[in-house]
Design a protein around this ligand. Structure first.
Ligand code: AMP
Ligand code: GLY
Length: 426
């Protein structure tokens, strides 16, 4: 069995580690990977966005299953191209990937499927925006502004007041930060705790994975700009199996049913970013792939054979009767980011201390490069440290003890990952 993972971040490294635990002992390939992944998989030098190159490589290498990590190749049709070439792939085709590729498409799908979400308006001009602001802002003037299309988690502004919303709108319309002809979504601001709930989908049904929480802002206390994610933990207090089943029943399954009825069945991971509001869970966004860094905290807890699950999800109805087994341990993932992130990132800073991290800590690489001897930063998010423990406190303490071993110039990390879990459990 030969599996190719597409991508080169912490999520892909975590996928590779979990696939390596499969009793099928697959041979693992990764394109393009990073310095850490190179130790666990054979690297193919093909960019994650190079559809033709990836199909060619998968064919040449006689790959049995391609597992697509990032959203960009999914939205660009990698899975369509692979299936035309007769190569099995885990992930949605381009039509189904629109659930992430276009926020307006996702909102309409939620409306059609009866999935609870924030009230919204799509606006194509500053004039339309004024009217929508009047309709959606709460009493403090709070509202959420989102650029449509893929923006790597950076296209969202949760505005506390009207001026902030107007600044975000002029970034989109006047300054063209997200491209000309861009449209925006204005959304009612939801209040509550966030939850990431991912489900494996086989075109017919959605099987939930363990719940997780991630930390999107750069600074402690959820301050500063949004990032790709600065840490995560799993499971989540108060979100037990019954609650998970309820949420999947009113969020993921209706979307899977809708996509199937439209003739664009959803295969892969459907990731719902949810706000648990006083009136019930509401969807903030859908992603059509594993979350980063949720995957780094979720997969080390998975007891089932990930490879068998991903193969099954690629087949229509393949997950029939499948149940996932989880360890009762808690997992906490702390992200180490480079100087300047998220506005920019710093490459070439030497990383020291990797060899001092205790065994049992899962070190997954995100943005790293190596000259054969030393390892360097090569991106915004650099490393993920995941620790398991019987309770959130012990997992958190182990993750932070490991983080202290590592250093590089300008290293950034949040000190409050899983603090909420500890508060709730104590
Ligand atoms: P998104 O990329 O749509 O998930 O948004 C990124 C982050 O912005 C989310 O994780 C939330 O923290 C926040 N956010 C997005 N939409 C809303 C909303 N309607 N109300 C409150 N916060 C939101
Ligand atoms: N953790 C957020 C994301 O993967 O989009």
């Amino acid at each position: 069995m030969r599996a190719l993972v597409v991508g080169g971040g912490g999520r892909e490294h975590a996928l590779i580690r979990a696939l390596a635990r499969s009793p099928q002992h697959p041979e693992l390939l990764c394109a393009p990977g990073n310095a850490g992944i190179a130790k666990d998989a054979r690297i193919l030098e093909v960019a994650a966005g190079d559809i033709e190159g990836l199909v060619g490589a998968a064919r040449r290498e006689r790959v049995n299953l391609v597992i697509v990590g990032p959203e960009v190749p999914l939205v660009a049709g990698l899975v369509d191209a692979l299936s035309e070439a007769g190569i099995a792939a885990f992930g949605p085709n381009a039509s189904a990937a629109r659930l992430e590729g276009s926020k307006a498409f996702a909102k309409q799908a939620m409306l059609d499927a009866g999935v609870p979400t924030a009230d919204w308006r799509e606006v194509r001009s500053p004039q339309q925006a004024v009217k929508a602001l009047d309709e959606l802002s709460d009493e403090d003037g709070g509202v959420v502004v989102k650029a449509d299309g893929l923006a790597a988690g950076k296209g969202v502004t949760v505005a506390e007041h009207r001026e902030e919303a107007q600044d975000a709108l002029s970034e989109i319309f006047a300054h063209g930060r997200f491209g000309s002809g861009a449209s925006a979504l204005l959304e009612e601001r939801l209040i509550g705790e966030e939850l990431s709930l991912l489900a494996l989908c086989d075109g017919e049904r959605a099987i939930p994975m363990a719940p997780a929480r991630d930390y999107k802002r750069i600074f402690d206390g959820d301050l500063g700009p949004n990032t790709g994610g600065m840490g995560s933990y799993s499971p989540v207090a108060g979100v037990d199996e019954r609650r998970v089943t309820e949420i999947v029943g009113c969020v993921h399954q209706p979307i899977v049913d809708l996509m199937r009825s439209r003739g664009t069945p959803f295969h892969g991971v459907l990731y719902a970013g949810l706000m648990l509001t006083a009136t019930g869970p509401r969807v903030l966004e859908f992603n059509v792939r594993f979350g980063d860094p949720e995957t780094q905290a979720v997969l080390p807890r998975l007891r089932s054979d990930l490879l068998a699950l991903l193969e099954a999800a690629a087949r229509p109805g393949g997950l029939d009767g499948v149940r996932l087994e989880w360890s009762s341990d808690w997992a906490v993932t702390v992200v180490l980011a480079s100087a300047g992130y998220p506005a920019s990132s710093s490459s070439g800073d030497v990383i020291s201390g990797l060899e001092d991290v205790p065994a049992g800590i899962e070190v997954t690489h995100a943005g790293t490069a190596s000259d054969g001897q030393r390892v360097f930063t090569a991106g915004g998010r650099v490393l993920n440290l995941t620790a398991l423990g019987e309770d959130p406190l012990s997992a958190r303490d182990s993750a932070y003890a490991a983080a202290q071993m590592i250093s590089f110039d300008g290293m950034q990390l949040r000190a409050d990952i899983a603090a909420r879990a500890i508060e709730v459990s104590s």
